[in-house]
Design a protein around this ligand. Structure first.
Ligand SMILES: NC(=O)c1ccc[n+]([C@@H]2O[C@H](COP(=O)([O-])OP(=O)(O)OC[C@H]3O[C@@H](n4cnc5c(N)ncnc54)[C@H](OP(=O)(O)O)[C@@H]3O)[C@@H](O)[C@H]2O)c1
Length: 248
């Protein structure tokens, strides 16, 4: 089936599980050839590829620890060698450490910033070098940057950096007609979100949205898909809050 992403190549980081998995599957359903990056979950990454292939698409899983710039570079060069172009990059992989600032260790700070900021920054650098004209770059941020939640200082700081990279890069890539945007999910039902939370806490968060539920990965993937449409070509440098009205 011919759809709007036929002939396009997309790379999604951290696409073996959670939100990234759903984004990769959605882009595949829309006709893109998808590179499914993963770190540890090989079987799950292969499953994502099989799902895309079952719906008539093309996909390839590539293992890379994207906190290492050399591995990121290899991820891009394998993608380009295999498929000849890159049209869409979704910087999705991220981690959450939730503890009050006075308890955060240097090791935790370094590990979280390595994934949430360093990998995004250098993937943006590689995208600036290799994304095809007319391409789309989407960074996954968080609604936590707009709510002063105790325990989220480290995480919010890292995503604040992502938001600023997004804003500046949108102006640098405009000449190539590439749009650069952030999507900021609210609480979304994944392992990252559920870890360490009681069902009461989750219900309280659900009650903060207009729809009395937390988000699903497909709520987020749908908005990534919107940004890949030709009609979204005038949207750049923006941070789109996808959180059921929790905050904006
Ligand atoms: N869930 C939420 O409520 C929520 C809300 C706002 C924003 N977000 C953001 O949404 C994004 C996805 O979150 P999620 O909830 O889907 O997370 P998740 O379920 O924990 O999945 C994380 C993904 O990142 C991959 N990953 C981790 N370290 C990596 C590395 N060094 N190199 C390559 N891949 C790596 C994992 O791969 P392996 O399993 O293969 O190791 C996995 O596929 C993150 O940026 C997060 O901050 C999430």
């Amino acid at each position: 089936m011919e759809t709007h992403l036929s002939g396009k190549v997309a790379l999604v980081t951290g696409a073996s599980r959670g939100i990234g998995r759903e984004i990769a599957s959605k882009l595949g359903q829309l006709g893109a050839t998808v590179v499914v990056n993963y770190l540890r979950s090989r079987a799950q990454a292969e499953e994502v590829c099989q799902g895309i292939e079952a719906s008539g698409g093309q996909a390839m899983a590539i293992q890379a620890d994207i906190t290492q710039v050399a591995e990121l570079e290899q991820l891009f060069s394998l993608t380009l060698a295999e498929f000849g172009q890159l049209d869409i990059l979704v910087n999705n992989a991220g981690m959450l450490i939730s503890k009050e600032i006075e308890e955060v260790t240097e090791e935790e700070y370094d590990a979280l910033f390595a994934l949430n900021v360093k990998s995004v920054f250098f993937a943006c650098k590689l995208a600036a070098q290799h994304l095809a004209p007319g391409g789309r770059l989407i960074n996954i941020s968080t609604t936590v940057t707009r709510v002063m939640l105790p325990g989220y200082g480290l995480y919010a700081a890292s995503k604040g950096a992502v938001d600023q990279i997004t804003r500046v890069l949108s102006r640098e890539l405009g000449a190539k007609n590439i749009t650069v945007n952030a999507i900021s999910p609210g609480p979304t039902d994944t392992e990252l979100f559920r870890e360490g939370k009681s069902s009461e806490q989750i219900a309280r968060m659900a009650a903060m949205s207009a729809f009395n539920r937390i988000g699903t990965p497909s709520d987020i993937a749908g908005v990534v898909a919107l940004l890949t449409c030709e009609e979204a070509g005038w949207i750049t440098g923006q941070n789109i809050f996808v959180n059921g009205g929790l905050a904006g």
